[in-house]
Each structure stands twice: as C-alpha cells, then as structure tokens.
Design a protein around this ligand. Structure first.
Ligand code: 13P
Ligand code: SF4
Length: 330
C-alpha cells in the first residue's frame, strides 16, 4: 500500500463546510486559537498565498519551518515540503491540506533505486534536490534547493565524485555552471519539462523587449535561451529589481501572483507549453490544496504528516548540512 493509498483514510470527510461560512475569518480564528503557522509555496493558489503567514521558495520554507514556535505547521505546498518541515520539527504537528499533493520529480526516485546507484559508485557522495521523499533524503549526504545548489556544490573539493538526484535538468545545469561531471539521476518535473522552445521563441518574437526567465528544472534548450535562471524566489527578485518592463516567465504560473503584487505595472507573460489545450504550466499537485481543504485541515488537524523516526533522524542530517552550508544565501 502506498502512502497515498493509506492517506485516503486520513482525508477529512467531504461536504462538512457549513453554508455561508467565511473561510478567511474561520482560518484566521483557528490559526490564533491553535497557535498554528501557515506556510505556503509560491505555486499555491493566490487566496492561499494571501492568507499564509509565510510565503517562500523551498529553501525559505525549510528555514521558516526550522525557526517557528507554532504548535502546528499547516503546510500549503506538496508532500516532500511538508515532510521536510516534519523532519525539522518532530514534536510539532505538521498537516498538509491534501495529502495527495505529490510531485512527479520526487516520485521519480526511490531510496532502493538510489542505494543501487550508490553501490555502483562507492566513492561518490549523494547530493539530493529537496524535491524527494524522506527515504531518499535519508540516503543522501547533502540536500540542496535550486537557490543553493550551485553554492553548496562549489564548496566541495573539485575531485569529489557526486551523484545528483533526482532532477536531470537541474543537475545538468549545475554541472554546466560549476564545471562538474556529477552522475545524474534521470528524473524530471512534468510541469517544467512541458515548456516548448518553439512556442517560447514565438513569444520572444511577439514581445521583443521581454526578458525570458526560467526555473532550472526546465529543459536545456529553454535554459540556453533564458536571460536569467533561478529558483522561484530568485525569479521573483529578478522581476522586481531588473530594469526590464516585460518578462516571459518559464516556471509554474502560481509565482505570477506575487510577481504582480511586487512588480505592479510590469508585463508578465507566462511561457507557453507544447500543448495549447492544457494548463500544463500549472502544477496540478500544488493546486490540489484549496481554501476549503485548508479550512478542514485546520479544523480536524488532518491529514497529518507521520514518519518513521529512524528515517527522520537519517533524513535530518543532510538537511542540516544544507542549512549550515547555505547560511550566507538569502
Ligand atoms: P523552488 O525551490 O524554486 O521553490 O522550487 C520548488 C519546486 O517544486 C519547483 O518546481
Ligand atoms: Fe514537483 Fe514540478 Fe510540481 Fe514542483 S512544479 S512540485 S517539481 S511536479
């Protein structure tokens, strides 16, 4: 039975939201009464981003989870992010509005598969992107995010052999910027891989003054033509600070909500994906969380993130190494 099948039992019952209820008011009341903190990733829907105590990218959210004094962490993001919060806070209750909010990238890598790869390369250390489950984290030496991967990898001796899991696109990009030859796990994000170079090239012709900005989970051909590559928080900063007035944004469309607030007046154009009939630049895992589920999750304090203590302790070590090695990163 997978964690998601087990999770079905933990999902709050449907249809229990009283008619006419003000969800924002109720969520605010429960947040106060339960001493809860709501952490949200930039890919959440705008209403969830607006109600969050803290909004950030993976690294910022991990740091916020490490620092909080709240009794309950309500994590509006995907499963691996809520798991990271639990690894850092074993004594706190960590809940996720929809336990089915997974990640294609995290799903591409298993602890068993990683152990096999480690056996083939006994001298290599394992650096894993934070988009992986606790079992994979437990098999890793250092965790990185897209904000600190280059910095952390550059701090290691040049001759150090490295296995990088699970994102082949981020891994290839980091190899390029650091001059390393890391051994790459063959995983990818379905959202970022969907961007179409051909259609983006047409957008660049349509908006000749626009700068193309991309998340490093995008494929190499898109990254090759990008004016700037960075994590969600870095992309946001770039849009706010750069003198350009127009940007084609190649990452999950949720980030546009905060970009519109912080860079009001600038033109933000979501990069196009190959399929013009789908909302492929929307992460459907992230969008499983809704205000209704957030309300139910705070009311019932379910579904809760639970974890084997042995795995948690093993997974904590590489996360702490990341936090230590990236202290100077914003
Ligand atoms: P960030 O670390 O940039 O927030 O990315 C998280 C993620 O899931 C990207 O798809
Ligand atoms: Fe995972 Fe991609 Fe969704 Fe990020 S956007 S959570 S990497 S599936």
């Amino acid at each position: 039975m997978t964690i998601f099948e087990k999770a079905a039992d933990l999902l709050p019952a449907k249809g229990e939201i009283p008619e006419g209820i003000d969800l924002v008011e109720e969520i605010n009341r429960m947040r106060r009464e339960k001493n809860a903190i709501i952490l949200a990733h930039y890919y959440q829907t705008g209403d969830i981003q607006d109600i969050a105590d803290f909004l950030g990218d993976s690294l910022q959210l991990a740091r916020a989870a490490e620092k909080t004094n709240a009794d309950m962490i309500v994590f509006c993001g995907v499963h691996f992010m809520a798991e990271t919060a639990k690894i850092l806070n074993p004594a706190k209750k960590v809940v996720l509005p929809d336990l089915l909010a997974g990640c294609s990238l995290a799903d591409s890598c298993t602890d068993e598969g990683l152990r096999k790869l480690k056996k083939k390369h006994p001298d290599a250390i394992v650096i894993s992107y934070i988009n992986c489950d606790s079992g994979v984290k437990a098999e890793s030496d250092i965790i990185v995010t897209s904000s600190n991967a280059g910095h952390i990898i550059n701090s290691l001796p040049e001759e150090q052999q490295i296995i990088f899991a699970p994102d082949r696109n981020l891994g290839r990009y980091i190899n390029q910027v650091t001059g390393r030859s890391m051994i790459l796990w063959d995983g990818a994000c379905i959202v970022h891989e969907a961007f179409s170079l051909e259609r983006i090239a047409q957008q660049m012709l349509d908006y000749p003054r626009a700068k193309l900005i991309a998340h490093p989970e995008a494929r190499k051909p898109v990254l090759q033509v990008a004016d700037y590559i960075g994590s969600t928080a870095n992309l946001l900063d770039y849009v706010v600070k750069d003198s350009a007035e127009e940007f084609i944004v190649a990452t999950e469309e949720g980030i546009l909500h905060e970009m519109r607030k912080r860079a009001a007046g600038k033109k933000l154009i979501p990069a196009l994906t190959a399929d013009d009939k789908c909302n492929c630049s929307e992460c459907h895992f992230m969008k499983l969380n809704t205000m209704e589920k957030l309300y139910l999750c705070m009311k019932y304090e379910l579904p809760e993130i639970l974890m084997d203590e042995e795995i948690r302790i093993k997974a904590l070590r590489p996360i702490n190494r990341m936090l230590e090695l990236s202290k100077t990163i914003k």
